[in-house]
Design a protein around this ligand. Structure first.
Ligand SMILES: [Zn+2]
Length: 356
């Protein structure tokens, strides 16, 4: 299994990177020292609580389930991040320390990420029809570049775009128009303030017969339930909604698409979600995702000894994480949801064709 090989390779090489000091750079990104429950820490920020579901617009009341840092809607089952962050608070969460131009991960991490994205582009470009591809939330453009290496016309949008990639536009999705053969939301829908509005806008950009691909964390997964406030993909406040497969699929179908494929593994982050969760259960609650990031891209400083402890724990946890992943895939409750759907022909076009 190549994923397991990459993880093992990463774990072998990561401890060899240079140690760094315990100094916490950027005070605002480390109100929560290592070990503190991140959801509880987030729930204390100075911002008003969410008053409505960011997915369906339902006004929150007594029936909705309140958890640290999020409220789960009684109507649609999607959870909304609460407190609801201001634009300034969100900008701070995406500040350059989060995505440094020189890469996010230490050791072979960035190389592994690049290879994973290339493999993803290889797979996707085989299923996407010919024509232009729009990548929503393109980030540093790794996926765009991988598509372009295949000779595909790929363009990205990302209001928080870093770097100067000429194929990424620093605009909102709603500013885009035209007809696209494919629109891809690769772990980006959960970052949007109005995800359903964005999904509907994207649906309108896809030409009939074109494809919509969405990958998001699965908030109803086994790992999400098991690891709760310390689940990898809670990622407050960058993840503003915590989506269920049912809510996502019904919205895609309502937008006039036929779902062709649903996978609970293809969206990635399933095995790593387990590793992160299992390691986070240990004394000191190591944050494995932070451990594998470059020192300057870390949420909180980690001493070399603590990093070694986290990495050794991850190596030991790997077989258990693999079992957890297998159970999630078998029970269709994996840590992420991948949906591939094709836009049906317009009813108008179909009718005029049948009348002819
Ligand atoms: Zn709702």
């Amino acid at each position: 299994m190549p994923v397991v090989q990459s993880v093992i390779k990463g774990l072998i090489y990561l401890p060899s990177v240079k140690p760094e000091s315990r100094h916490v750079a950027g005070a605002s990104r480390s109100d929560s020292p290592a070990g503190v429950n991140p959801a509880v820490a987030y729930s204390r920020i100075a911002a008003p609580p969410a008053d409505e579901c960011a997915w369906c617009g339902h006004r929150f009341g007594g029936d909705d389930e309140r958890r640290p840092g999020r409220i789960r809607c009684a109507r649609c089952g999607v959870a909304t991040t609460s407190p609801w962050p201001s634009d300034e608070q969100l900008s701070e969460a995406y500040a350059p320390w989060y995505r440094p131009t020189e890469g996010r991960f230490s050791g072979v991490g960035d190389a592994v990420l690049k290879r994973t994205r290339s493999a993803l582009a290889n797979r996707l470009q085989r299923v996407l029809p010919q024509g232009p591809i729009l990548d929503v939330g393109a980030g540093d453009g790794t996926l765009i570049e991988a598509f372009r290496r295949h000779g595909r016309d790929a363009v990205g949008v990302d209001p928080y775009a870093s770097g100067d990639n000429p194929h990424i536009r620093a605009v909102q999705l709603e500013d885009m128009n035209g007809g696209w053969s494919a629109v891809v939301f690769w772990h980006s829908l959960e970052h949007l303030r109005r995800p359903v509005r964005s999904l509907r806008h994207a649906a309108g950009l896809v030409v009939p017969g074109g494809v919509l691909v969405v990958a998001v964390p699965n908030a109803r997964s086994l790992q999400a339930r098991l690891f709760g406030d310390r689940w990898l993909a809670l990622d407050l406040p960058r993840h503003l909604v915590h989506i269920s497969p049912q809510a996502l699929l019904s919205e895609i179908e309502a937008a006039g698409f036929q779902v062709e494929r649903v996978s609970y593994l293809r969206g990635g982050q399933v095995l790593f979600g387990w590793l992160h969760g299992l390691v986070g259960r240990l004394p000191g609650h190591p944050d494995l995702y932070d451990t594998i990031r470059r020192s300057e891209a870390r949420q909180a400083a980690q001493s070399p000894g603590f990093r070694l402890y986290a990495l050794a724990a991850a190596a030991v946890a790997l077989p258990f994480a693999a079992v957890g992943t297998a159970i999630e895939v078998a029970t269709r409750s994996g840590g992420s949801i991948y949906v591939q759907a094709r836009r049906l022909p317009d009813p108008e076009t179909t009718r005029s064709a049948s009348l002819r």
